[in-house]
Design a protein. Structure first.
Length: 187
């Protein structure tokens, strides 16, 4: 919940309430919320049936992306609205974004889900708006408003709490019955 509050502070919805352009984008915003919910469900499914089933995380990521690429190849000719232009620069950009930006990211994310679990691995998604704001300021020269660093700090605090980096008390795990007697005898 703290991560969600941080993202809301970072975005600053109070600046655009009542703006007709923002109100017109509500269907797109609802689609993004649906995408986010699907991402969360997908991570839980991945933990239970993918990497939780003992399958290599890189194999899971490779199969996911290959199936998605095949589906896009089947659908693209039907949904294309204009002529397609493809040259070496476009092809190189597609390979770079697909292999590095998506391929390595999926393999890394799948390994995170296997190692951390779906709940902890999903906390990294809260960093997306923080990185977006930082890139907007650094690369595009966008002005930094007060709420953006404050929201970013709240997001980082939420991630730290959800990941157990701060605020969690470690419980001691009791030793098996046979070891308890041996430990007591050694005192």
């Amino acid at each position: 919940m703290l991560g969600i509050v941080g993202v809301l502070v970072l975005v600053g919805p109070w600046d655009v309430l009542g703006d007709p352009e923002v109100l017109a984008s509500v269907p797109g915003q609802l689609a993004l919320l649906g995408m986010t919910a699907s991402y969360g469900i997908g991570l839980a499914w991945l933990r239970r049936f993918g990497v939780g089933g003992g399958i290599d995380p890189t194999t899971v990521a490779t199969v996911q992306l290959t199936l998605a690429a095949v589906l896009m190849l089947l659908v693209a000719p039907v949904i294309a609205t204009g002529p397609v232009r493809l040259d070496w620069r476009i092809g190189a950009a597609m390979v770079a974004l697909g292999a590095v930006g998506t391929g390595l990211a999926y393999a890394w994310n799948t390994r995170l889900v296997g190692a951390w679990g779906a709940g902890r691995a999903s906390t990294v998604t809260y960093l997306t708006p923080v990185v977006g704001v930082a890139l907007g300021v650094l690369v595009l020269g966008e002005p930094l408003r007060w709420n953006e660093p404050v929201g970013g700090l709240v997001v980082l605090l939420g991630i730290a709490l959800a990941s157990g980096l701060i605020g969690s008390r470690r419980r001691s795990v009791p030793a098996p019955a046979g070891e308890q007697g041996a430990a007591a005898a050694g005192r």
